[in-house]
Design a protein around this ligand. Structure first.
Ligand code: NDP
Ligand code: MG
Length: 390
């Protein structure tokens, strides 16, 4: 199998390469990409070789080229470089870039006969209709790496589609599950980056703390499984052992469980339709003892409510939600706004956009244009929220 890894130096990329090391299967690396981590890319080329290596930041291209001189590996940079990586011949592509920045390359990677392993959920939030249309038109195989969606994908195989009544995604609740609203106002980026059950990149870790991640996942599930919002639910489950549940009309419920380790759903996607043999951490329920569940609190965690409303509103609303959230999360991580400023900014940007009723983006350029305007609007609000935070 020839594999390309978009976002090779991130948390998902590292998990993917760890599985490739362990899988014992024949594979070769086609293209790998990063935003700026040249050292990470060079280390991967030393170990796995690669036909094409791309650093998105053009200012780092020279450094990459010099480091790989004489190895026979092609290098490129910028958005064109990312597209070239997506188009490099490959049998499978791991879509592991974070944020809407992954949309154009991931769309370009969807080609006939290919397996797309999707981690980059923001692609589907930003342009889900467009994305799924491309998958249908090319006949590419789309496999969800996101743990909840991977569990749903597996559970759906237990019965006919028309018998599916409800799909429930679980959420750990993040590090602030039991915090009061007053406590939430004072949390720091450092505290928010300490996720209780999963080890992930910083953007998704903050999204998990606000519960926006689960909101984005509702939208992701809507597109992946063609399910309306009313059939999608969220359940808080602090141990992150049960990832999702599918309820069938006869009352039967099929759930997907595992140790919370992203290598497990990625292994499923890489091995599918077979099962990969690797040193998987095995679930020991006797040792865990008990699993608990509770309803999410939409008052303390408004992001979930905002994302559900965006899903129901449809059109370009999810694109706007995603862009505003990316700006707000970045500002929170940079210490510019407080934690509760994140959903507040998203809500304000959505309010402003509501009257415009923009349709769902039909092209990458249309998605980029909506995303761009929403980012400007979110940035315009940063000063106001920075003042409130101090
Ligand atoms: P990381 O931040 O750890 O890694 C992101 C990767 O994408 C890095 O290789 C990074 O390069 C690259 N990248 C970031 N921004 C850009 C950009 N603007 N242009 C090109 N490349 C870019 O993120 P994760 O691995 O945690 O997450 C990746 C995706 O997978 C996200 O969409 C996330 O929601 C999803 N996901 C992640 C899970 C996890 O456990 N981590 C679980 C489920 C879903 P560089 O290293 O140079 O910055
Ligand atoms: Mg998830």
């Amino acid at each position: 199998m020839r594999i390309t890894v978009l976002g090779a130096t991130g948390s998902i990329g590292k998990s993917t390469f760890e599985l490739l090391r362990q899988s014992g299967r024949e594979f070769s690396v086609s293209a790998i990409t990063a935003k700026s981590d040249v050292n990470g890319l060079v280390a991967l080329v030393r170990e796995f070789k690669a036909k094409l290596v791309v650093v998105a930041d053009p200012e780092r291209h020279r450094e990459l080229r010099d480091a790989l001189a004489g190895t026979g590996t092609k290098t490129a940079s910028g958005s064109e470089g990312l597209l070239a990586a997506a188009e490099e011949p490959a049998d499978a592509v791991m879509a592991g870039i974070t944020g809407a920045a992954g949309l154009a390359p991931t769309l370009a990677a969807i080609q006939p006969g290919r397996r797309i392993v999707l981690a980059n959920k923001e692609c589907l939030v930003c342009a889900g209709d467009l994305f799924m249309r491309r998958v249908r038109q090319t006949g590419a195989t789309l496999l969800p790496a996101d743990s909840e969606h991977n569990a749903v994908f597996q559970a759906l195989a237990a019965g006919p589609r028309e018998a599916v009544e409800r799909v429930t995604l679980t959420a750990s609740g993040g590090p602030f599950r039991t915090f009061t609203r007053e406590q939430l106002e004072r949390v720091t980026p450092e505290e928010a980056l300490r996720h209780p059950t999963w080890s992930m990149g910083s953007k998704i870790t903050i999204d998990s703390a606000t519960l926006m991640n689960k909101g984005l996942e509702l939208i992701e599930a809507h597109h992946l499984f063609a399910l309306p919002a009313k059939q999608l639910d969220v359940l808080v489950h602090p141990q992150s052992i049960v990832h999702a549940l599918v309820t069938f009309r006869d009352g039967g419920v099929v759930a997907g469980l595992s140790v919370p380790d992203m290598q497990i759903p990625i292994a499923h996607c890489l091995g599918w339709p077979e099962r990969l043999a690797w040193q998987a951490p095995k679930l020991d329920l006797a040792q865990i003892g008990s699993l608990s569940f509770e309803a999410p609190d939409p008052v303390r965690f408004p992001s979930l409510r905002l994302a559900r409303a965006a899903l129901e509103a449809g059109g370009a609303t999810p694109t706007i939600l995603n862009a505003a959230n990316e700006v707000a999360v970045e500002a929170f991580l940079a210490g510019r706004i407080g934690f509760t400023g994140i959903p507040a900014i998203v809500e304000r940007v959505l309010e402003k956009a509501a009257a415009e009723r923009l349709g769902a983006p039909e092209t990458v350029n249309a998605a980029a244009a909506v995303d761009h305007i929403a980012r400007i609007r979110a940035r315009d609000l940063l000063l106001e929220f920075a003042a409130k935070a101090s």
